[in-house]
Design a binder for this molecule. Structure first.
Ligand SMILES: [Zn+2]
Length: 79
């Protein structure tokens, strides 16, 4: 399937240059999933590279949620 680069216009507020806008364009980024080891290529806007493939990500998110809730309960001394 053809990929269409995604562009996004950001408004940046800078102390020196004031307010200006810049356009960022996504580009394909290849990364290895930290959970299953699969290689996936995904169009990404500049920034951190994803760590998990789209199959593992929901599972990882769910685990993080469970862990966070467990810590929250421990901190607040709930059962
Ligand atoms: Zn994976």
């Amino acid at each position: 399937m053809p990929r269409r680069p995604e562009t996004r216009v950001l408004t940046v507020v800078d102390a020196v240059q004031g307010e200006y806008s810049r356009t960022i364009t996504s580009r394909p980024v290849t990364f290895t999933c930290g959970a299953c080891g699969a290689t996936e290529t995904r169009d990404q806007l500049p920034g951190p590279v994803p760590r998990y493939c789209r199959l593992c990500w929901p599972t990882v998110q769910a685990q993080r949620n469970t862990e966070r809730q467990r810590r929250y309960r421990a901190r607040h001394r709930l059962t």
